[in-house]
Design a protein around this ligand. Structure first.
Ligand code: AVI
Length: 348
């Protein structure tokens, strides 16, 4: 049995803040309406993550073709201690830099990979405040309880929110906190931002940090087209289900009548742009009603909805990204096969 703290609901060690509710629904409706009216049509990737979408993403992470999670896990399992001593500004690992680190994670999901970092921090400093942020309240709640069950010296302040709202809130709270911060942005989440948005996001994050705070960015590396396309179009069709689930969500939330089987999942590597592009493609000409948004949408045969980009990086691009956004890339770790990178950015 894992150790417990005598509080089966962990009430004393967990605070969960739901930051956006009414506004989020209105914004979702606006994004869907404008995205489906625009040409080409688009839906935003943050809307993949309803309850089923989050579960499907967890399943993607177990797929043989989706090497990203395993590669990042390999790095964290092997190098968590080194990452922590570098982030703490304590290269010898003697623990001589005594200010404790608090751990903020953006897009924490099921927080499986985070365990390696949490364990290394607990070993170093005894207790830890963990601040996970995730758009999915269900994923956040489940992962927080699982972590508290495993680690009696862990305290969690969780934010069910999109990144912008959470960063605005954390900027205020940061001024009152003495701890230094290690921020995790794992799993190639940075890859789902276009380059300009990634820069904007990192600058906003830098605004929440103090000089010397650290940010560990997981970034997938450029590689062979066949490997990348298989990672985003697996043989079991799990990624296809993850993508098409956006249509099922629109049916549920806006009374739409999308027939998921009338559409197909497409993943293409655009090498010039350095990104895998994900689409939902209409198998034939059709009209779909979204009564709650008072809309009818016409699709031509083969017409696509763009649902996601997943950018791939190289080392020089990551170094330059750090410098442009107020950081310096202190160290980079890769998995043995050189597929994925963990980049330690230090706030300048
Ligand atoms: C969450 N994100 C980093 C994933 C990726 O690899 O871009 C999302 C994903 N989309 C399809 N498969 C995985």
């Amino acid at each position: 049995m894992p150790p417990t703290d005598g509080d089966p609901h962990h009430a004393a060690r967990l605070r969960l803040h739901q930051l956006d509710t009414a506004d989020a629904r209105a914004a979702f409706a606006r994004d869907v309406a404008s995205g489906l009216r625009s040409s080409p049509k688009q839906l935003f990737p943050k809307y993949f993550y309803d309850e089923l979408g989050s579960e499907l993403f967890d399943a993607i992470c177990l797929l043989p073709e989706y090497y990203l999670t395993r590669a990042e896990n390999e790095i964290l399992a092997e190098s968590a201690d080194e990452i922590i001593t570098s982030a703490a500004g304590d290269p010898t690992g003697s623990g001589s830099t005594t200010t404790p680190l608090a751990l903020l994670e953006l897009g924490s999901g099921s927080a499986t990979k985070t365990r390696r970092i949490i364990e290394a921090l607990l070993k170093r400093q005894g207790t830890l405040l963990y601040l996970p942020v995730d758009i999915s309240a269900s994923a956040l709640d489940a992962s927080a309880h699982a972590l508290l069950q495993s680690y009696p010296a862990l305290h969690i302040e969780a934010y069910a929110s999109d990144y912008d709202t959470a960063l605005a809130r954390l900027a205020g709270e940061r001024r009152e906190r003495a701890e230094r911060l290690l921020v995790l942005f794992l799993g190639s989440n940075i890859g789902n931002f276009d380059h300009a948005v990634a820069e904007q996001f990192l600058r906003a994050l830098r605004g929440v940090l103090r000089a010397g705070d650290a940010l560990l960015v997981g970034a997938d590396l450029k590689k062979d087209r066949a490997v990348l396309e298989a990672a985003y179009d697996d043989a079991l069709g799990v990624t296809a289900a993850f993508n098409l689930n956006q249509l099922v969500r629109l049916n549920r939330e806006f009374g739409a009548d999308f027939q998921p089987r009338a559409f197909r999942h497409v993943a293409e590597y655009n090498e010039a742009a350095g990104r895998v592009e994900i689409y939902i493609e209409s198998r034939f000409a059709q009209v779909v009603a979204l009564p709650a948004l008072d809309m009818e949408i016409t699709f031509a045969e083969g017409e696509r909805i763009h649902t996601e980009n997943s950018y791939k990086y190289d080392a020089a691009e990551l170094d330059a990204l750090a410098e442009r956004t107020g950081f310096h890339c202190l160290r980079r770790w890769t998995d043995a096969a050189g597929r994925f990178s963990s980049n330690l950015f230090i706030a300048r």
